[in-house]
Design a binder for this molecule. Structure first.
Ligand code: MG
Length: 250
């Protein structure tokens, strides 16, 4: 299903993922009230360069107008960084694809600005992140795409969160988006098999409200239709013989 990657290409993806995770680690403490999205984007762009990597969103054929997607509150994904100044209590998602030695990795996380997230925000963020790891943990030996979706869906359903079904995870590596699609819902034992050596991005998105989405006037940002708050977590993983290796984690 996927174009095979050579061992050298897999190694490049490991390095790429480590750089991405390092940038995220260093980004977190900079996400503070009083800082604008554009300032964070400029910082991320400089870090990518410093590490000898390339900002894929900007340079790829999709021509996203920034180095990183920043999606705030009711924005789910693909938010364009603006001069909006972050405020305490904002729920902010960061989604980044970078390339290193021509190989790409993709990762995302969501956090609350300030040190006092409310209970509802904590519920949304912790369960969306937990659903990502449930999806990853479902990859044990031969796995079908529906096994991953079912594991994610179970966590989000039990947490009574809205599941974004119109946006999906995907293969990644040579390109930012490769086959197969990895939905955030599904039935155990259904869908195509993943093969050791496959590299995929798993990326659950959830809301405190409904599941409907809408495109913003800017042609990029995807918002919740009901204005509810959304969260998004993503890792690029390598499928191995007996499990999985998370590439975008330190
Ligand atoms: Mg992705």
């Amino acid at each position: 299903m996927q174009k095979r990657k050579t061992p050298a290409e897999i190694d490049a993806m490991r390095e790429c993922g480590r750089i991405l995770a390092t940038i995220f680690r260093d980004l977190r403490p900079r996400v503070q009230a009083g800082v604008s999205e554009l300032e964070l984007d400029a910082w991320v762009a400089a870090e990518i360069k410093k590490h000898g990597a390339v900002a894929t969103y900007k340079t790829s054929e999709v021509k996203f107008p920034a180095a990183i997607c920043i999606s705030t509150n009711d924005q789910i994904v693909h938010g364009i960084p603006t001069d909006y100044v972050l405020q305490t209590g904002d729920v902010v998602g960061f989604d980044l694809v970078i390339a290193y030695k021509n190989m790409k990795t993709d990762s995302a996380f969501t956090m609350v600005v300030g040190d006092k997230p409310n209970g509802v925000q904590k519920h949304l963020i912790s369960n969306t992140e937990r659903s990502l790891y449930a999806g990853i943990d479902a990859i044990k030996g031969p796995v079908r795409i529906g096994d991953i979706g079912a594991a994610i869906e179970k966590v989000l359903k039990e947490a009574k969160l809205g599941i974004i079904r119109e946006l999906v995870g995907h293969g990644v590596g040579h390109e930012m988006h490769e086959a197969p699609e990895i939905p955030n819902y599904g039935k155990k034992g259904s869908g195509g098999f993943l093969t050791p050596g496959d590299t995929i991005a798993i990326e659950p998105m959830a809301t405190l409200g409904g599941e409907r989405i809408m495109m913003d006037d800017d042609g990029w940002t995807i918002n919740t239709r009901d204005g509810s708050i959304a969260a998004h977590f993503e890792h690029t993983v390598l499928v191995t013989e007996d499990g999985v290796e998370i590439l975008t984690q330190l």
